[in-house]
Design a protein around this ligand. Structure first.
Ligand code: FAD
Length: 397
């Protein structure tokens, strides 16, 4: 095992918080930095896959997050107009594995409470600007460190990415989405399914039950509508009523959700891009989560990949006495799985979010028929669950 280190973790998202928990438990001294005055999550909901849940169980927070989230048994989507089922993935074909949809605030609260209880030093109001040697440049000119190891968990726009040992491959995606967390509407929506509707690949809307933000809160749903990021201004100008009538034209059952949207500010724009660091480490520096790799959320893997990174890094630091060996072992352990999911995300995303006329036609006919075949159902469920291409057990440590 690498000797006890003083580790700076930059970023209190799912990657940074779970790394703080895992590495504090290994006996390292941890200082966790985030730019927020009081660390808080951004965005609406996400699906924790069996991969991510296994890591959360290992960190000891699985039972609490399960008590807050909504169990997901099925991902189900229909083409508007033809009503053809073009997405139907059931976790049950994998046995007992299931997804869990959570509000980001629930995931954040559960991890943050555990980090505080473990005695991790948290430094809010700390915007990371750069790295000099192993010291962080924070806010305008504050210097923190030097540290034995800096972990970059600042997300896909991290300013530390240029310090990685290899190039960053990056491309922006034209389509993003507007999202909101709204009260759970009840029937006819399925409380254990992500449901989507599509018109070609340019319109996609979805309803995801996400459980409660905390123990006293009410059940919520994440509602999303895909949108080109450069058309967000036009969307606002066209007015809320115009948009609501389009939503209801596609999916009349969304009426209670539309009734809950009273201002455009409730719909938050998320933009996506693909990026991959060819070597996710540098000198006493390592990248985890979205700072190492990010994709469109079509396959719903981002937070789960971040959790798998944490598990792999903790395992490598435990297995190797030399830090350099540990970082290289971490990268090697994650390489194949990350590349596989990056590639699948690039292939699948245009079928669901693009201007193509042909790809959605293929999706509606070919993919729909193929996905009714038993072995294909198993492969699709393995892709969605995040387990495809994992080297060994879910979270070997
Ligand atoms: C709309 C949408 C839907 C998604 N759906 C899913 C899903 O269903 N399943 C799934 O697994 N993933 C999903 N994802 C992806 C998932 O949200 C990310 O992969 C995940 O949040 C990455 O975690 P992270 O901790 O690496 O980074 P982040 O969550 O981005 O956290 C980064 C942290 O660093 C802080 N920070 C950033 N810059 C600085 C700075 N310079 N100084 C100090 N602090 C800073 C931020 O405040 C934040 O706390 C979705 C993403 C989007 C946008």
């Amino acid at each position: 095992m690498v000797q006890s280190l003083h580790i700076a973790i930059c970023g209190a998202g799912p990657a940074g918080l779970s790394a703080a928990l895992a590495l504090k438990a290994q006996g390292h001294r941890i200082t966790l930095f985030d730019q927020f005055e009081k660390p808080k999550p951004l965005g609406s909901g996400l699906i924790l896959q069996p991969t991510g849940l296994a890591v959360l169980d290992w960190l000891g927070v699985g039972p609490r997050i399960r008590s807050l989230g909504a169990r997901i048994d099925r991902l189900y989507g229909k083409a508007c107009g033809s009503a053809r089922v073009v997405l139907d993935v059931r976790y049950e074909v994998l046995g007992n594995l299931r997804g869990l949809a959570v509000h980001r605030a629930a995931l954040f609260n559960v991890l943050h409470d555990a980090v505080k209880a473990a005695g991790v030093e948290v430094e809010p109001l700390s915007q990371i600007k750069d790295l000099e040697g192993t010291s962080l440049i924070v806010n305008e000119a504050r210097r923190e460190g030097p540290f034995d190891l800096v972990i970059d968990a600042l997300g896909s726009r991290s300013p530390l990415i240029p310090h990685a040992a290899g190039p960053d491959y990056r491309s922006a995606l034209a389509y993003g989405a507007i999202w909101s967390s709204l009260p759970w509407p009840g029937a006819p929506f399925n409380p254990n399914a992500l449901e989507q509707r599509y018109d070609k690949a340019s319109i996609m809307l979805g309803v995801l039950p996400i459980g409660r933000q905390h123990e006293e809160a009410v059940e919520q749903t994440a509602f999303f509508w895909s949108l080109k990021t450069d058309e967000f201004g036009m969307w606002r100008e066209a007015g809320l009523e115009h948009w609501k009538s389009r939503v209801l034209g596609y999916w009349p059952e969304c009426q209670p959700l539309m009734d809950a949207v009273s201002t455009p500010d409730q719909m938050v724009l998320a933009s996506y891009h693909h990026h991959t660091l060819s070597i996710p480490y540098g000198e006493r520096l390592v990248f985890i989560g979205d700072s190492a790799h990010s994709t469109s959320p079509q396959l719903g893997q981002g937070a789960n990949m971040a959790l798998l990174d944490v598990s792999a890094l903790a395992f490598a630091l435990k297995e190797h006495a030399d830090l350099r060996d540990a970082l290289s072992a971490y990268a090697a352990k994650r390489r194949f799985h990350v590349k596989l999911y990056q590639a699948m995300s690039r292939v699948f995303t245009p079928f669901y979010q693009s201007d193509s006329e042909l790809l959605p036609l293929a999706r509606d006919h070919l993919v729909a028929s193929l996905s009714r075949i038993g072995p294909v159902q198993k492969i699709l469920a393995a892709v969605v669950s995040g387990t495809l291409g994992l080297p060994s057990k879910l979270t070997e440590r």
